[in-house]
Design a protein around this ligand. Structure first.
Ligand code: PLP
Length: 466
């Protein structure tokens, strides 16, 4: 199984709020004291070209008081400019899932030195990469993009062109990158433009409907309108805590979409943690379109999207014979030679069964160790896992949709875990408690992490629940 059922927790202890704030302040102070140079850079850069000293504004949104500036990264380790060594369980939020600067990709980059980087023409690697994608993910027709956001944007455009329909359906709590059509929220049962958007002019809720994950009734009701071009979904939701599909949900989703001519787009950008063919292959899912970004070129910006022959044929048939030029799909650097060389190295030498075996067995050990600690401390938490990706959820039972996930989320508690573990040398993914195990993660890293996790749980101010 690529995903584990959440652990049963005993009657839970409760975290004492005021004392938790004090603990966070103390951990934040320790973090800052160890990073005078990162701290100075953050304030110096604030006056310079990058607001807040960061080249991309989300880098300010991590839970620690200011971002640590990274000097070097190799395998599953980071070193910041203050000399702090960190074992990385975030791995660039999946971009470096197969390790930082992986040898096969670095080798491919060196070989590309004498061949050029981008020509807006296919490189010699193109055929092989296309074949690898076909074999790996089971779809015949592929295109390359620079980011998963772009790949989703293009795949949705393809779905609309192929079906001649406008509307798409997404699940509450989803994140598919900056693909505008997916940036909605579900508020009091109504789909609205995501409230955090900047500069949004078109109202995405006019052509996108959002429903709760695992909700068969809501799905049937929307599909019955016969106007949905595409359902886009992660097979396991990983951007709102971790929400596993209920037994039979994906079979139901496939059957229901097929009945009404709606296409199904699987976004495996995170769930590629399941195995070399993603969650879809591991669980025998059937789908019409597929997206994978982030780690597909070993950390170099690249993404792929694939489609069935039928979608490909309908997509291009939808275009007047004489029209060339701007299709709204593709960008100048998409499919460039460096991307293809790095993708080939990643598919052939990193996304291997042997590497996944290491990642999955490490993640299973991490999962079991965390579950034991949760039980030992009497916390009403559980873990959810999809292959090499693991999440600690602050509820005793699995959550089945985003509303339930939000109800148990606790930003202060997440920050405490994040900063306290960082102070002990371990980096989690920000915004929730997600961990990824890479092929470079050692047994010792996991043992040490579990010891640190136990230390942090010991620090939590707990009282018996009423
Ligand atoms: C499932 C999923 N799809 C797409 C994306 C977008 O990836 P990118 O930011 O690389 O475009 C993300 C980013 O977190 C994601 O989680």
């Amino acid at each position: 199984m690529a995903s584990s059922a959440p652990a049963k927790a005993p009657m839970g202890k409760r975290v004492v709020r005021a004392a938790l704030e004090t603990l966070l302040a103390s951990e934040n102070a320790q973090y800052s004291a160890r990073r005078p140079r990162s701290s100075a850079r953050a304030s110096r850069h604030a006056k310079g070209g990058f607001a807040g000293g960061v080249p991309m504004h989300w880098m300010r949104d991590w839970p620690q008081p200011f971002p640590m500036v990274i000097e070097a990264a190799q395998g599953n380790r980071l070193r910041d400019i203050d000399g702090n060594e960190i074992v990385d369980f975030c791995l660039g939020d999946t971009g470096a899932m197969f390790g930082h600067a992986p040898a096969p990709v670095m080798q491919a980059m060196r070989q590309q030195e004498s061949r050029g980087l981008t020509y807006m023409l296919p490189s010699a690697d193109a055929d092989r990469v296309g074949e690898l994608l076909q074999e790996r993910f089971g779809l015949p027709c592929w295109q390359v993009a620079v980011t998963a956001s772009d790949a989703n944007r293009f795949a949705l455009r393809a779905a609309r062109a192929a079906t001649g329909r406008k509307r798409i359906l997404v699940f509450d709590g989803c994140y598919h990158g900056t693909a505008e059509d997916t940036l909605v929220d579900l508020i009091d049962g109504k789909t609205v433009a995501r409230r955090s958007l900047l500069g949004q002019v078109q109202d995405p809720s006019l052509t996108t409907v959002m429903i709760p994950f695992n909700d068969r009734g809501a799905l049937e009701a929307e599909l019955a309108k016969n106007d949905i071009a595409c359902v886009i979904a992660e097979p396991v939701m990983t951007n709102c805590g971790m929400i596993l599909p209920q037994e039979g949900f994906w079979a139901f989703l496939r059957e229901a979409t097929r009945k009404v001519g709606t296409l199904l787009l699987l976004d495996e950008t995170h769930t590629i943690s399941t195995g070399p063919g993603g969650y879809g292959r591991a669980h025998n899912l059937d789908f019409d379109l597929f997206v994978l970004g982030k780690p597909v070129a070993g950390g170099l910006p690249a993404a792929v999207w694939g489609m069935t022959q039928a979608v490909n044929d309908r997509l291009f048939a939808s275009r007047p014979e004489s029209e060339h030029g701007h299709s709204g799909i593709g960008t100048t650097l998409a499919g460039n030679a460096l991307q293809l060389a790095c993708m080939r190295a990643t598919l052939e030498e990193l996304m291997t069964p042997a590497n996944y075996e290491k990642m999955l067995s490490g993640a299973a050990r991490l999962d079991a160790g965390i579950q034991e600690l949760i039980a030992h401390h009497g916390l009403a938490w559980h873990t959810a896992r999809v292959g090499a990706r693991l999440e600690v959820v602050f509820s005793p039972a699995p959550v089945t949709n985003a509303a339930e996930a939000r109800a148990v989320a606790d930003a202060t508690l997440e920050s405490v875990l994040h900063v306290a573990l960082l102070n002990r040398g371990f980096l989690l993914t920000p915004f929730h408690n997600m961990m990824l195990v890479s092929p470079d993660t050692t047994e010792a890293n996991i043992t040490d992490f579990l010891a640190a996790f136990g230390d942090v749980l010991n620090l939590l101010p707990l009282e018996a629940a009423q």
